[in-house]
Design a protein around this ligand. Structure first.
Ligand code: CA
Length: 219
């Protein structure tokens, strides 16, 4: 069973997340302040850590410094709209972030995606008639190779790992380009267009009005 540590001082949020993740079969431990979080991290090995930023005793950034050398994947829980927190978190090596308040379903999808990403080395993703080798970074469609740029490839993986989730433009952009999203939609939109064309995926990559994009189920 995979073990998740939740470091979050809002106990109601921590407990809600714990309850939902445990319903999905994860084993969860809650720490309600940074000090207790550090104690758990010292004593136990976790598969993933959900880390709030503003915490009593020791804040999330400090804890992250401590976690990074261990290689445990981290998802930051940030306050809604706190752009600086997201940038700082990503720069310092958080693997992902989710803004509060969040939908529990989205959090679970992120947790699963990150665990998949970190879990296996020889990983092949298959979606509809497209096969992706994340190690050699090659893509084929119905057996024929498809040439993608690096950013197109990263975008494709991000979409597949979050299938059926409506992804905000800003989040997609920041994940794939690793820099703050300044509101210019053209770069992302043109990459999406090219992916749709190269994979013939108009029916799978949906535009979500005022949000961004969603990859429809390919079954
Ligand atoms: Ca907090």
């Amino acid at each position: 069973m995979q073990k998740i540590l939740i470091v979050e001082d809002e106990e109601a949020i921590a407990n809600l997340v714990k309850m939902n993740l445990e319903a999905e079969g994860y084993h969860c431990t809650c720490a309600y302040d940074g000090k207790r979080g550090a104690d758990y991290i010292e004593r136990e090995v976790f598969d993933l850590i959900l880390l709030d930023i503003m915490l009593p005793e020791i804040d999330g950034y400090e804890l992250l410094e401590y976690i990074k050398p261990m290689g445990t994947p981290v998802i930051f829980l940030t306050a809604k709209g706190a752009l600086n927190d997201r940038i700082k978190g990503l720069k310092r090596g958080a693997d992902d972030y989710i803004a509060k308040p969040f939908q529990v379903g989205e959090l679970i999808a992120r947790v699963e995606a990150l665990l998949r990403r970190c879990g296996k080395v020889n990983q092949k993703l298959v979606y509809a008639d497209v096969e992706i080798d994340v190690v050699s970074r090659t893509v084929s469609r119905a057996g024929a190779p498809v040439e993608l740029t690096n950013k197109e490839f990263d975008l494709l993986v991000e979409l597949i790992q979050n299938k059926n989730v409506a992804l905000y433009r800003e989040r997609l952009y920041e994940k794939v380009w690793n820099e703050p999203y300044m509101g210019d939609t053209r770069t992302l939109d043109s990459h999406i267009q090219r992916l749709r064309r190269k994979l013939d995926w108009d029916r799978y990559i949906k535009t979500v009005f005022r949000i961004g994009y969603r990859l429809e189920d390919g079954e």
